[in-house]
Every structure is written in structure tokens, then in C-alpha cells.
Write a protein that binds this ligand. Structure first.
Ligand code: NAD
Length: 246
């Protein structure tokens, strides 16, 4: 029996990287996890990869930037599992470029997924959690929300996630729903493996702990925030970055 036994959790963007690690951690703590991703095939592979564990993991393909797809997702989970206890807004993309070269398309795509997608899922989750009188919403922002060279779109979207989280925390506290944001620093995933070697080394040199984070470093914090032990923590922005931002 883990500390999330029989809780129903949705983790977006969980076909790989951080989301996959978070889904594994929540499953390991006893939650019934629905992993959501654009990439249906990769989602099924994750379910297959964990099939020899005693986990309850189901996959669902959806684009979280599309309101009708998000509504269908939450209706599916409610019909299938009866409730939604935990939402982890993890799906996110980056399309980096310096300000003067950034196209409207780069700007809009990142805002649509990272900010609008997080809003749409938060809204659907809040409707169900309010009915139940309890819930946990955890959104992945980023250390970049404070501003980062070449990431005006991404930083704006992640700062938006902080504003959304704090507002949702104020509005939903009376319903016993907590809303928190996590700011991962530099985590070893496909997203960060995309950077050139010299940038990788430069990033590591800025981390006091001297290493990149892992998806389970982030999963451990999420598992705590999703648990009953964290019932009095809301509206917080928590760095998980090995001291990268101090
Ligand atoms: P990743 O690119 O490895 O994985 C992201 C997943 O999200 C992919 O499987 C992708 O298919 C999915 N996805 C993208 N758009 C989607 C959409 N519209 N609908 C549904 N699924 C979608 O990225 P990651 O490194 O695992 O990052 C996960 C989250 O953590 C992101 O929000 C990212 O911004 C944030 N983050 C990552 C780091 C890091 O160092 N890796 C640091 C700070 C924040």
C-alpha cells in the first residue's frame, strides 16, 4: 500500500521524459495513472514497458491544447475510473529563438501547449474535484519562468503557469483542492538532450549539485505534493534543480 493507494491520477505528456518518470513514481505509490500524450504509439509502449510491474497504467491519446480533446479525456477518465484525484500538468514544448527572430508561429505553439493546455486541463480537473471536495493539481513550470536567453515564448508560458497556479490555489482552497507549481532546473530528458554538447556542459557547470536532475527527482516531489501529507501546501512554486536557481 503506497501513500497514493487507489487515487486516480492524470499525467499529461507522459510518453517519455519527465512525464514518464512521474507516472512511474505515482504508480509505484499505488495510484491508478492515466498517461496522456499526442504520441499514441509511444504511450502504449510506456504501458507495455511497465506491464511486468503491479501498476495500474492506462494510456490515452490527446492534444491538450485542444479543448474538445481535453473534455473527452476528462469524461473518459471519469466514466472509466469514477473520479480524478490528481492532475499533473506536465506536457510542454520549446521552440527557442532570440526575440527578434521569433516567429508568430513559434510564439503561439508554445503558448498554446504550455499555457492554454495547462489551463484547459486545470479547468476540467477543478470541475470534478470541486464536486468531490478534494484534489491535487500540480503543474510543471520551469526555472526559465524567471527569464532565459532565447526563450521569450517558453519563459512567458511558464511564468503564465505560475500565475495560473497561484490564482487557482486562491479560488479552489475552500474546496480543499491544492494547486502548486514545480520548477525543474536542468533534467536529463529528450528535451535537454537536444542541446549541443558545449551547452550541456555549460548548464551542468551552473548546478551546485554538479549533475543534471532525473525524472525521478521531480517525481518524488510530485508524489509528496499529491499525498495527504501535503494537504496544507498550496500556491507554492517549488524548485527541483540541484540549487541551480538560488
Ligand atoms: P519531452 O519533450 O521529453 O516530453 C514532453 C512530452 O509531452 C512528449 O512525450 C510530447 O509528445 C508531449 N506533448 C507535447 N505536446 C503535447 C500536447 N499538445 N498534448 C499532449 N502531449 C504533448 O520533455 P520533458 O523534458 O520531459 O519536459 C516535460 C515538462 O517539463 C515540460 O513541460 C517542460 O517544459 C518541463 N521542463 C523540463 C525541463 C528539463 O530540463 N527537461 C526543465 C524545466 C521544465
Amino acid at each position: 500500500m503506497g501513500r497514493l493507494s487507489d487515487k486516480v491520477a492524470i499525467v499529461t505528456g507522459a510518453a517519455r521524459g519527465l512525464g514518464k518518470g512521474i507516472a512511474e513514481k505515482l504508480s509505484n505509490e499505488g495510484a491508478k495513472v492515466v498517461i496522456v500524450d499526442l504520441n499514441e504509439e509511444a504511450c502504449r509502449e510506456v504501458v507495455k514497458a511497465f506491464s511486468d510491474q503491479r501498476y495500474s497504467i492506462t494510456s490515452y491519446a490527446a492534444n491538450i491544447a485542444k479543448q474538445d480533446e481535453v473534455k473527452n479525456l476528462f469524461n473518459y477518465v471519469t466514466d472509466e475510473f469514477g473520479t480524478v484525484d490528481i492532475l499533473v500538468n506536465n506536457a510542454g514544448i520549446n521552440k527557442d529563438s532570440t526575440l527578434h527572430k521569433m516567429s508568430m508561429e513559434q510564439w503561439q505553439q508554445v503558448i498554446d501547449v504550455n499555457l492554454t493546455g495547462t489551463f484547459l486541463c486545470t479547468q476540467e480537473a477543478a470541475i470534478r474535484m470541486k464536486e468531490k471536495g478534494t484534489g491535487r493539481i500540480i503543474s510543471i513550470s520551469s526555472a526559465s519562468w524567471l527569464g532565459n536567453f532565447g526563450q521569450s515564448n517558453y519563459a512567458a508560458s511558464k511564468a503564465g503557469v505560475v500565475g495560473l497556479t497561484k490564482t487557482a490555489a486562491k479560488e479552489l482552497a475552500k474546496n480543499n483542492i491544492t494547486c502548486n507549481a514545480i520548477c525543474p532546473g536542468f533534467i536529463d530528458t529528450d528535451m535537454t538532450r537536444g542541446v549541443p554538447d558545449e551547452v550541456w556542459e555549460q548548464m551542468i557547470s551552473k548546478i551546485p549539485m554538479g549533475r543534471a536532475g532525473t525524472p525521478s527527482d521531480v517525481g518524488n516531489m510530485i508524489s509528496f505534493l499529491a499525498s495527504d501529507e501535503a494537504s496544507y501546501i498550496t500556491g507554492e512554486v517549488i524548485n527541483v534543480g540541484g540549487g541551480m536557481v538560488l
